[in-house]
Design a protein around this ligand. Structure first.
Ligand code: DLL
Length: 432
């Protein structure tokens, strides 16, 4: 169901007018209320009053993660803390987290954006939604909790971890929707089987998955194990959290909530727009945020855009599943490799399970990429010949897609690490 027909199905010309007037206001508001923007724009000689068309967005300086870090914790705030209603933070791999702040209006927008994506996947007030993201500073759990609650669904705030109990509750309470990372959903699916449950005894029907990259093949595997319709949704703390975009039931890309976020797709090197249908880096601008406006944020996320009208009736532009982050891209002996390409190859093969790890090392100035993958059938591990055949087949399939010789190690089922939140499947040990 379309949660907000007026904005999600607005004729595109009207939507662009709305985006322009919101952008004009946002840029002036940021300049007047956030010293970090004032300095940035003054230094670049950019006049915030000079936006006349949406194309003028390209004259605005970018905002990057480092800007938020350098201005930790409140340097991008546009209101006094007394006007805030919520503060979240993204974990960050090292050092200080990135703090993100919401006013009451921001909370309303965020809740609606999450309600929209849940509704577009088919969630309704009849549903029991088990939220298996970790509750806390992470935006995923509370964001999706609020959105599904707004639809009138009942929330089961299970949080992540304690997987056996999680599954028991899922079955006994009759949860109909699972909210988690795709990795955790896959793990839950495996554990259901391992614990001897029959999926037919569960009432699950929809999975709302996001917060990390996942291929179609991964969704198919989860869908098969949990017997559900899977949905991919995208967001990032700096912009709002979950709710930037989400798939509808047509599953042909994630509809961006364009009345709140203005998307651009640029070549990461030249910073010029790419043609529609080509991969590029997503750059996003908040159009309505009042507590912490974020203008031209370089997400580092690589996707494609499609502005053709979707069968579902929404007119908003759709972003394809992420190919990965530009900083996740591995350059192996001069060849660019996205972990998602490896995932697609592996999960297309019935002989291997859904769990894998990628290890990159450097020996004598040569990069080496090794893929460790669990076999689906453990009995194979005692048959050297069959094992070798499978290893060669995986190597061949990887080479066909990547044009690269990749070492393959086969592992026992359930031997690799499982993830309850975002997975970390790539281990780059090159120290570069
Ligand atoms: O992960 C927000 C979120 C929570 C989105 C729950 C969806 C569901 P961060 O922790 O700040 O915020 O991480 C943001 O995660 O820049 C992407 O690289 C990645 N990401 C998020 N959703 C997807 C997705 C949340 N559907 C970063 N597919 C982003 C691929 C995703 N990557």
């Amino acid at each position: 169901m379309i949660f907000n027909k007026k904005f999600e199905s607005m004729p595109r010309a009207e939507l662009r007018d709305l985006q322009l007037s919101r952008l004009q206001k946002m840029v002036v508001f940021a300049y007047e209320n956030v010293p970090a923007y004032r300095k940035k724009y003054d230094d670049a000689g950019f006049n915030p009053e000079s936006i006349r068309s949406l194309d003028d967005v390209r004259r605005i300086p970018f905002t990057e993660k480092s800007d938020l870090r350098d201005n930790y914790p409140y340097g991008f705030l546009s209101v006094p803390t007394s006007k805030l209603m919520r503060i979240h933070a993204s974990s960050g791999t090292s050092g200080k987290p990135t703090v993100v702040c919401y006013t009451k209006t921001d909370m309303q927008v965020w809740t609606e954006c999450c309600a929209r994506l849940a509704s577009s996947a088919g969630v309704s007030k009849k549903d029991l939604v088990q939220v298996s993201f970790g509750y806390g500073l992470f935006t995923g759990a509370l964001g999706m909790h609020q959105g599904c609650e707004k639809l009138g669904a009942a929330i089961i705030p299970a949080s992540s971890g304690n997987t056996e109990r999680q599954i028991m509750l899922m079955k006994d309470l009759g949860s109909t929707v699972l909210v988690s990372t795709p990795s955790y959903a896959l793990y839950i699916g495996e554990m259901i089987e391992r614990l001897g449950y029959d999926i037919k005894d569960f009432k699950l029907r929809i999975g709302l998955f996001g917060s990390e990259a996942s291929t179609d093949e991964m969704h198919n595997e989860i869908s098969r194990r949990l017997n559900i319709f899977t949905n991919d949704n995208y967001g990032l703390s700096e912009l709002i959290g979950p709710g930037v975009s989400g798939e509808c039931t047509e599953k042909c890309g994630m509809h961006i909530n364009e009345d709140h976020f203005y998307p651009e797709l640029l070549n990461s090197d030249t910073l010029e727009p790419v043609n529609e249908g080509e991969y590029g880096e997503l750059v996003l601008t908040t159009l309505t945020k009042t507590g912490m406006p974020i203008i031209r944020y370089r997400t580092k996320d690589i996707t494609k855009l499609d502005s053709s009208i979707c069968k579902c009736g929404r007119t908003t532009v759709r972003m394809s599943k992420l190919r990965g982050r530009s900083d996740d891209m591995l350059v192996i002996r001069g060849v660019n490799v996205f972990p998602s390409q490896i995932e697609s190859v592996l999960l297309n093969m019935v002989e291997v399970g859904g769990q894998y790890e990628i290890v990159v090392t450097r020996e004598n100035y040569m990069d080496k990429l090794e893929v460790i993958v669990e076999v689906a059938d453990g009995s194979l591990l005692t048959d050297y010949e069959k094992l070798n055949k499978l290893r060669e087949k995986i190597k061949h399939n990887l080479k066909t897609v990547l044009q690269l010789e990749i070492a393959v190690k086969l592992a026992e089922p359930l031997s690799l690490k499982r993830y309850e939140g975002k997975s970390k499947r790539v281990h780059d040990q090159r120290n570069i």
